[in-house]
Design a protein around this ligand. Structure first.
Ligand SMILES: Cc1ncc(COP(=O)(O)O)c(C=O)c1O
Length: 508
């Protein structure tokens, strides 16, 4: 086989603010998009290119590593580095037609239903987000990730509390809500976080929002400038990624391993990021816990240059082995962490109530933005929730659900092991209400998890393909699997039935 070794004129501009390694990445992406480099072409060796550009070998190496991670290049040891042969003709056409953003599209993921969910230009992101948002809204479906046990929520009790407030709660229940949140609820949250998450805060640091993405919007409008870079876990929460792509922050994917986000890799990739968004208690979607060493490294990184860490603590109340771990925020001596919680898991997601605890130095800015947005959540539900907490129902409900989910996770794990055997790696989830399982590679290559999830959706199940949670999903090495919820599985019979349906979707 002859290998094309085209002459590639790479130029860098030292006056540009863009770091040299990123300029090199851009040059390669553009050359591939324009067809000057084609799948299988050999690219210049590290040392040669470093000499040509009069830059350090490490700079070129970093650029190549990123391009390999993104799926543009493939390293083959002594044979050299090549443009990835797995860039198909269709992908190349799309790359050539669309330039950088479209290149990112084809190199990333198909959503269930065939649309794509990559880091995207804002105009594309909305259209892509619809199928996944739709898949997770409306009538709940079996195995839907992130859904708490709707059958076990005390609806009668809740409706009594809400109607009591609606009837006798005063005119404030019907008027415009306080944009920063209903004070008694802010007070309850501050107390709750102190007791259960080790987070010490005052009620005026707590801002109530209409859900996690509303929290992110509030935080970014308050603290971010256009073009700010943000470390984002890879894999990471799909819906946040799609939303953030719309906001103008530049997401920098940082790999996750058994200890959570790899802080060293983050520093290598983008030391000057202004934000890091992390899920320390229960990494979404892999479920790992951020190790203490990494927690300290992350805090040190943030403290050194006034960076912000956004801690998404979405489901930490549910831990089945030992007590829930304290939040990262509890170690935050220099007040660099914005803590985010939600009532979607501990109550129900239709409630649309979440919150953030902001450092004291940020209160004024966040307050100003919250008031200008004036998107406060309905006072009626905030007041009902405050009553629910005050009367002790909240603590009881969480305790009951922890026991229930601990049992339901066993049902699903057992049924999956029975039905899939060696074809699926199933680890018992240590916490949360959803988990990721991974397919073993089939004889003819990696399992097409997007196709499996699409078939599952047609069969009435709401599982999501794991590869979609990766920044550049569906590369040769991207783990393939499914993300699924287990909180609504009521018994063994149901678990077996659902898993049998899922198994029938595996081979088409
Ligand atoms: C990782 C993660 N963060 C946050 C949330 C909470 O989002 P929301 O408050 O919009 O329900 C979820 C919900 O599934 C989630 O999976």
């Amino acid at each position: 086989m002859t290998v094309r070794n085209p002459m590639l004129a790479i130029e860098i501009d030292r006056k540009k603010a863009l770091p040299i390694y990123q300029q090199i990445c851009e040059r390669f992406r553009t050359a591939i998009a324009a067809g000057h480099l084609r799948p299988g072409d050999r690219v210049p060796p590290l040392r040669g290119l470093a000499t040509q550009l009069n830059t350090a070998r490490g700079t070129v190496e970093l650029a190549y590593t990123i391009l390999v991670d993104e799926g543009y290049l493939q390293m083959r040891g002594a044979a050299g580095t090549f443009v990835s042969p797995s860039l198909s003709a269709a992908q190349m056409q799309a790359v050539a037609a669309g330039g950088r953003d479209d290149a990112a599209d084809v190199l990333t993921t198909d959503l269930v239903g065939g649309e794509k969910a990559p880091y995207a230009s804002p105009s594309h992101a909305t259209a892509r987000q619809r199928p996944i948002a739709a898949a997770l809204s409306g009538e709940p479906r079996p195995l839907q990730p992130g859904l708490p046990a709707l059958d076990a929520f005390p609806r009668k009790l809740w409706s009594r509390i809400v109607s009591r407030r609606a009837r006798g709660g005063g005119q404030a229940m019907l008027a415009y809500p306080d944009p920063v949140g209903y004070l008694p609820l802010r007070e309850h949250i501050a107390t709750y976080l102190g007791l259960s998450r080790g987070v010490t805060c005052l009620p005026n640091q707590v801002f109530i929002t209409g859900g996690y993405r509303a929290t992110l919007e509030l935080v970014l409008r308050s603290l971010a400038s256009p073009g700010d870079r943000m470390w984002f876990e890879d894999p990471g929460y799909l819906l946040a990624r799609n939303f953030l792509a719309e906001t103008g922050v530049q997401l920098v994917p940082v790999p996750v391993d058994a200890e959570g986000i790899d802080v060293e890799r983050g520093i290598e990739r983008e030391p000057a990021a202004r934000f890091a968004l992390v899920t320390p208690s229960h990494q979404s979607p892999l479920g790992n816990t951020l190790s203490l060493a990494r927690r300290m490294a992350l805090l040190t990184w943030a403290e050194a240059a006034s960076r912000w860490i956004i801690e998404d603590d979405y489901d930490s109340e549910f831990r089945y082995l030992g007590r829930p771990l304290p939040a990262l925020k509890s170690l935050d001596r220099h007040d660099r962490v914005l803590y985010c919680g939600t009532f979607s898991k501990v109550m129900f997601p239709g409630l649309r109530l979440a919150y953030t605890v902001v450092p004291e130095r940020a209160i004024e800015r966040v307050e100003r933005v919250a008031c200008s947005m004036n998107t406060g959540a309905p006072t009626l539900f905030q007041a009902a929730l405050a009553d629910f907490i005050e009367q002790g129902h909240f603590a009881r409900h969480v305790k009951r659900m922890r026991t229930l989910y601990g049992q339901r996770r066993l049902l699903i794990a057992h049924a999956l092991k029975q039905a899939f055997g060696e074809r699926l790696t199933v680890k018992l989830p240590p916490g949360g209400i959803q988990f990721a399982v991974q397919f073993a590679e089939a004889a003819d290559g990696p399992v097409d998890d997007v196709a499996v999830a699409t078939r599952a959706r047609q069969a009435g199940l709401a599982v999501l393909p794991l590869s979609n949670w990766y920044a550049h999903g569906r590369m040769r090495d991207t783990p393939r699997g499914l993300v699924m919820g287990f909180a609504n599985i009521t018994d063994t019979t149901e678990a077996d039935r659902l898993v049998r349906t899922l198994r029938s979707c595996l081979d088409g």
